[in-house]
Design a protein around this ligand. Structure first.
Ligand code: NDP
Length: 454
């Protein structure tokens, strides 16, 4: 398997993929090691995670550079991702004790009752490439703290980062027969589906997620899916500071080159502020620095995968055929690397794929609406249900819109953010189950009910 730098198209490294036999061997070693890990006191398991947390900081220069070289993320954003991952780990370190402790329901009655939380066993952590640290730690950290063994399958596009993660976990004291990376493409993930694992935790596209759910259904084990989105942002006509709203919307649309599950993917603007919003949005988008992602000043690097260029081009062409007006960008840069500049289409409508299917790139459609009712109807017109954002100075008016959204997350005067203390969950085609918060700690354990007499 070749690891390619998307900024230069050069091969960084050749790596051998795991064969199905090698994957089976890894599973067997976890089968041996997991019971001993589950018997390690919770505090000691957490101590290993504290060391991992420190190591991420100590090695942040190397880790950020590797991440940027293999996925094309601007270097500053790689540092930001590591920081964000450490904040999430800190949450798990501080809160796992409370949510995994035995829970007495009654100690006074003749029959005393309590709940004990036990690990699931050995789980698969099948991960995406766009935020390998963030989406990885959502799963493998609480899974390890909960006493599970983890088969970690990074995306083929984030393999080197996956190898760093494994190395640092071992260095932090996690035994080799408790955490194993599985190296390879989709087929390596497929091999995990054939094993008798005790849970499948997947981050990626709707297509693969649904396939995994269907393929593992007969095992009757927990399956969690963190999938894509087509997240809307609505600008009401009472916003006072158009400049800062446009700034936030633009950042939400193009951060990590738009390759975020909760990126702003479509914008609706009230007709009273539509023209002003577009002028400001486009003039800001024009100033974004596109170029070498290893340069700390770069804001837009290359797309991570070459195929995405054709996919985005199809969306732009389709938008133009359906009445869209292209104000910025529209095609790849004619140079080596998968560079695709920020692209803005106005006069957007829901006949366009750009407004209905996930773009996962720096391409954004903006549509004019006459009132809140029309905005709500359009925002809800999607099979996805990850996030939705509203900008307004009036909380009650914004709340009315937020209540009508069938999404796992809603934002008022902010967008494209995730918090460790809140559940991260998608509805409809955006997923199943939740990571982060206390729910993302409990997701990796199973309750045992004790009825005690005597
Ligand atoms: P994919 O669905 O293509 O891949 C995700 C993972 O599944 C990869 O590790 C992939 O391996 C693996 N895989 C592929 N085929 C199979 C299979 N048959 N069996 C088991 N595993 C398989 O998604 P992307 O990596 O392209 O990620 C982008 C998607 O992820 C977007 O839709 C995005 O919105 C979503 N996402 C959702 C998040 C959320 O929290 N809701 C967060 C981040 C991303 P390989 O890459 O090696 O082929």
């Amino acid at each position: 398997m070749q690891i390619i730098n998307p900024a230069t198209e050069e091969v960084i490294q050749d790596i051998a993929e795991d064969s199905p036999e090698a994957i089976l061997k890894k599973f067997q070693s976890l089968k041996e090691g997991q019971p001993s890990w589950a018997a390690v006191p919770l505090k000691k398991r957490i101590t290993c995670i504290e060391r991992f947390y420190a190591l991420l900081d100590e090695e942040k220069d190397t880790l950020s550079k590797t991440l940027t070289m293999e996925v094309g993320k601007p270097l500053q954003q790689s540092y930001n991702e590591l920081n964000g991952a450490r904040k999430r780990i800190e949450y798990f370190i501080k809160n796992s004790d409370r949510w995994l402790a035995d829970e007495w329901i009654t100690e006074e009655d003749a029959t005393r009752e309590k709940i004990v939380y036990e690990p699931l066993g050995i789980i698969a952590n099948i991960s995406a490439w766009n935020y390998p640290y963030l989406v990885g730690v959502n799963v493998f950290i609480p899974a390890l703290i909960g006493g599970n063994g983890v088969m970690y399958k990074p995306s083929e596009y984030a393999t080197l980062t996956g190898l760093h993660i494994q190395r640092l976990l071992y260095q932090a004291g996690i035994p080799e027969d408790v955490f194993q990376i599985v190296i390879g493409k989709g087929m390596a993930g497929q091999a995990l589906l054939e094993l008798p694992l005790n849970g499948y935790f997947f981050t990626g596209s709707y297509r693969t997620g649904r396939y995994i759910a269907e393929h593992t259904a007969s095992k009757l084990v927990p399956v969690q899916l963190e999938l894509g989105g087509k997240d809307p942002l609505y600008v009401m006509d009472d916003v006072e500071d158009i400049d800062s709203v446009a700034e936030a919307a633009l950042e939400g649309a193009v951060y990590n080159n738009g390759q975020s599950c909760c990126a702003v993917e479509r914008i609706y603007v009230h007709e009273n502020v539509y023209d002003r919003f577009i002028d400001t949005f486009v003039s800001k988008a024009k100033k974004l620095a596109i170029g070498n992602p290893l340069d700390k000043a770069t804001e837009i690097g290359p797309l991570s995968r070459k195929e995405q260029i054709d996919f985005l081009m199809q969306q732009v062409d389709d938008a133009k055929e359906n009445g869209g007006k292209l104000l910025l960008g529209g095609g790849p840069l004619q140079q080596s690397g998968y560079f695709f500049p920020p692209t803005v289409v106005v006069n957007a409508n829901h006949k366009m794929k750009l407004m209905t299917e996930e773009s996962f790139g720096p391409v954004i459609g903006i549509q004019k609406v006459k009132d809140d009712q029309e905005a709500v109807q359009l925002m809800k017109d999607t099979p996805y249900g990850l996030t939705a954002a509203v900008y307004s100075k009036d909380f009650k008016r914004a709340e009315d819109v937020m209540k009508q959204m069938d999404t796992g997350t809603v934002y008022w005067n902010c967008c494209d953010r995730v918090s460790a203390g809140l559940p991260w969950s998608g509805r409809k085609s955006s997923g199943l189950g939740a990571t982060l918060s206390y729910m993302g700690i409990r997701a990796f354990v199973q309750p045992k009910a004790y009825h005690l007499r005597g």
